[in-house]
Design a protein around this ligand. Structure first.
Ligand code: ADP
Ligand code: MG
Length: 682
């Protein structure tokens, strides 16, 4: 690779220590960094037809002044100057803030050019640039960079121009000739040049297309190289399970497995048996029956002479899973134990001892499973439920409690294909895409908060049939800022409304765990008919007699979360209902409510959620693990992502790729990333 481009930017005239520091804030250190620092948008001064412009878009128009400018002061230094402007046959308003001196420059019947933001409702442009006369910049199309420190837009443009002049000839191609031809992509030097000084939006599109592909290809190559490396260098256990015993278990189930469940069980068994280390993600919508699949998988490991572990995010969930597993596995007579922080004293000591002695076959629990005191005898298979709630570190610890046990991550948050192949690119993915037969779709309605009375009547009707209801509130304490319903208030209101007829329970994260358990237990035994709760019931909880779910302030939740919540009902044979109480102000919010009422398909919802919220927000910022791309956009450039993925997998598995000189730049990038030493990507 060219060493010229790796020189510090200080070799450019005009960049001293101080400017270099500003550049460092933008992570620009070398000439290469500078040349590859892309504009995030372009200033477009071409004249637009007002009828084609969207609300809030930035535009430039030319028109004739139709009124004397009127100037108003407010506050000490603030002013607003308004004129009427004839643009073609439209009469619009133009507003200038805090530029009182323009009053004397603008004259009736004169032509002026204005650039600013278009408010379609008010037919007004809020101008930030103005020019007397016709538009002289119509053909300009200038890059705008995200800047830090003391670097100005002008400065940035100048330095990049200079860097091109002096070092442009050293820019080397990084994509193989064959791909450039195949996809008719621009060469790197030309594409870079265009990104920084394009003549038209069309040109930018072409240049961008090249970088999107390159970014995705590299990303996929690294992921897949890592996966190949892990396969070859971290051998797993070959678990010789007993198929006839497994079949015995399957035949003892109270229901036949769905085809999707069978398919996934087979995928898991194949991984267990193989000499490779299992690293698999199991996605299945709420209620699709992941627990049975987990039970069968864990049992398979037990028949091979290993122990299994199931780790879940909350105690309530751990208890429920322990119960379901015990009952599913009862016919095959193995030992399942629950370990959470509430299991104490003698009971705890016994479980831990039996675990070391290998007398416990399957251990189910929360984070308690990864504490130091927990030692397995022969851990072979680990399953984590709702995997995105566990940090990478915690998963590593659990893995190290065995000799590289097989690992399965289960999630009920259907992950859009787009994210699945980026965030989880180094994993195998199984999907349960079929619901058990006879499941009725949950009917979902969107109601305004004013309709609460009617909603309460609806709840009552269900309760009179002997069913139960969840009522979900976003927060437990009043917060003026968020203006959300207070769970305690709701509890009071409902208790009052239903008094002497039905019992209303309250559940939130601040309750001591014994109380939480007691409430949950009362609800699952139908001692309590209505459970008012914060989102702590979100995952896994299973009370089939509950047929009604009301969600307050539903607009505050993401689609995936609403879907998760809704999944608490519709678990029995009776028709279930979900009512979203919401009055979203934004169009996106309204769109979200509409989509919820239209589909029960978690995958459809997750794709929509991603579209509406963007990848960063999808998992929540902190543990997103969503890779950041410079130019590419996972959602909008999805097709390029798929193409790149296929190309990457073809390359990684071909011999030529590791030898042919045309692939050298790509190979070097893979090497730089460290994946060939088995290092994880971040
Ligand atoms: P998930 O964990 O995927 O949300 P569960 O494993 O809790 O779903 O299953 C939801 C319900 O469906 C449980 O009551 C379970 O017993 C039932 N179930 C699972 N598989 C089947 C099947 N193949 N046929 C009928 N019912 C099933
Ligand atoms: Mg589950």
């Amino acid at each position: 690779m060219s060493t010229e481009l790796n020189q510090s930017i200080t070799v450019l005239k005009g960049i001293g220590e101080e400017t270099a520091e500003s550049f460092a804030e933008m992570r620009i250190y070398t000439i290469r960094d500078l040349l590859e620092y892309f504009p995030y948008r372009y200033e477009d001064y071409s004249l637009r037809d007002l009828t084609e412009v969207q609300h809030d878009e930035k535009i430039t128009v030319e028109g004739k002044v139709h009124s004397e400018p009127s100037l108003n002061y407010y506050g000490r230094k603030k002013s607003k100057l308004v004129i009427r402007l004839f643009v073609g046959s439209y009469l619009i308003k133009v507003v200038f803030f805090n530029q009182p001196y323009l009053k004397n420059k603008i004259n009736m019947n004169e032509t002026i050019t204005v650039t600013g933001k278009w408010d379609a409702h008010r037919q007004t442009i809020t101008a930030n640039e103005m020019q007397i006369g016709h538009n002289t910049k119509a053909t300009d199309f200038e890059p705008v960079y995200s800047l830090r420190g003391k670097v100005t837009t002008k400065g940035m443009r100048k330095f990049i121009h200079l860097a091109f002049q002096q070092y442009g000839q050293h820019i080397e191609e990084s994509l193989p000739e064959t791909f450039l031809k195949k996809y008719r992509l621009l060469g790197k030097r030309d594409a870079l040049k265009i990104m920084h000084s394009p003549n038209s939006p069309e040109e930018v599109k072409q240049a961008r297309r090249r970088f999107v592909y390159e970014e995705f290809l590299l990303f996929q190559l690294k992921m897949q190289a890592l996966r190949k490396f892990e396969r070859e260098h971290s051998p797993g256990i070959k678990q010789k399970y007993d198929l006839s015993k497994i079949m015995e278990l399957i035949n003892s189930l109270p229901f036949p497995l769905t085809n999707a469940q069978k398919k996934v069980v087979n995928e898991i068994l194949a991984d267990l048996k193989s000499p490779y280390h299992m690293n698999r993600l199991l996605q299945g919508d709420v209620g699709s029956g992941k627990t049975v699949v987990a039970a069968i998988g864990l049992y398979a490991a037990v028949t091979a002479g290993y122990q299994g572990a199931l780790m879940v995010p909350t105690e309530i969930l751990a208890e429920q899973h322990a119960e379901s597993l015990k009952s599913l596995l009862e016919p095959v007579n193995i030992r399942c134990e629950l370990l959470t922080s509430s299991v104490k004293g003698k009971q705890r000591r016994e479980i831990l001892q039996n675990l070391i002695d290998g007398k416990v076959d399957i251990l189910i629990g929360t984070h308690a499973l990864i504490q130091d005191e927990v030692t397995f005898n022969k851990l072979g298979f680990v399953i984590t439920d709702e995997q995105h709630r566990f940090g990478v570190e915690q998963r590593r610890i659990l893995r190290e409690k065995g000799e590289n046990p097989d690992v399965l991550f289960m999630t009920a948050t259907p992950i859009p294909r787009t994210l699945a192949i980026t965030v989880f690119g180094e994993m195998d993915v199984s999907i349960i895409d079929e619901m058990p037969a006879g499941r009725k779709a949950i009917e979902t309605y969107w109601a305004k908060p004013e309709m609460l009375e009617r909603v309460l009547g609806f709840i009552e009707k269900e309760l009179l049939k002997g069913h139960q209801a969840y009522v979900i509130c976003p927060l437990i304490e009043e917060s003026e800022k968020l203006d959300v319903q207070n769970a305690i208030d709701v509890h009071t209101t409902l208790s009052h409304f239903f008094q002497n007829r039905f019992k209303v329970g309250l559940m939130h994260g601040r309750l001591p765990s014994e109380e939480k358990e007691a409430v949950m237990k009362a609800f699952s035994e139908n001692m309590v008919q209505i459970l008012v709760s914060t989102t702590v019931v979100e995952v896994g909880v299973n009370v089939p007699n509950a047929t009604m779910m009301v969600i307050y302030d539903a607009e505050r939740f993401g689609l995936s979360q609403l879907h998760q919540l809704r999944g608490r009902v519709g678990r029995g044979s009776a028709q279930s209902y979900c009512i979203l109480l919401a009055s979203p102000k934004s169009e996106v919010g309204q769109e979200r409510m509409r989509i919820m009422t239209e589909t029960n398909d978690g995958f459809v919802l997750s794709e929509k959620d991603l579209e509406l919220r963007g990848p960063g927000d999808f998992f929540g910022k902190k543990q997103s693990g969503v890779p950041e791309f410079k130019v590419a956009d996972m959602v909008h450039d999805y097709r390029a992502l798929e193409t790149a993925r296929n190309d990457a997998s073809m390359l990684i598995s071909s011999e030529v790729f590791w030898k042919d000189p045309q692939y050298l730049p790509l190979r070097e990038k893979i090497k730089e990333s460290g994946v060939l030493e088995g290092e994880k990507l971040d």
